[in-house]
Design a binder for this molecule. Structure first.
Ligand SMILES: [Fe+2]
Ligand SMILES: [Fe+2]
Length: 153
């Protein structure tokens, strides 16, 4: 039985993950455009702005997930996911560090087009990590609450 508070929690995670997913897709488009433009300043600046936006969103998202105990609602019902949740929450600071490195590279890329390929590599790697991370969180919630978030393609 899912009460109103739990429902709001599940919907909150779902909405956040959907939003992050849309931001990642947008950055992938801007990245392709910057690459096609051979890392021209205007394109890289647009890419940088989107990456800065993602960084802000991620900080808020992680803080929200960790507030009041990470995955606490799901773990109360399904404590078997405890060790996995611990591994996932440990990924948050690692991902923020990767983001800092990406931001640094994106800022350099505005004036140094030669770092473009490295920026592209870092971003792609990061998106793979982020997608796997959110998918694992979705799976825990779906299994704990026996619900379908409709997020795992
Ligand atoms: Fe997370
Ligand atoms: Fe998440």
């Amino acid at each position: 039985m899912i009460d109103a508070r739990l429902y709001a929690y599940i919907e909150g995670v779902r909405a956040d993950h959907l939003e992050l997913r849309a931001m990642v897709r947008e950055i992938e488009k801007l990245l392709a455009a910057a690459q096609a433009a051979r890392w021209a300043t205007v394109e890289v600046q647009a890419l940088l702005a989107a990456v800065e936006d993602l960084d802000r969103h991620l900080r808020e998202h992680f803080a929200e997930e960790e507030a009041g105990g990470y995955m606490e609602e799901a773990l109360a019902i399904a404590p078997r996911f405890g060790p996995q949740a611990q591994r996932l929450v440990n990924e948050h600071p690692v991902m923020l560090q990767q983001m800092a490195q990406i931001l640094d590279m994106a800022r350099r890329c505005v004036t140094q087009s030669q770092v473009g390929p490295e920026l592209s590599r870092l971003l792609r790697e990061f998106f793979t990590t982020l997608r796997a991370h959110d998918a694992a969180e979705n799976r825990i919630i779906q299994e704990a609450f026996n619900t379908d978030l409709g997020l795992n393609d």
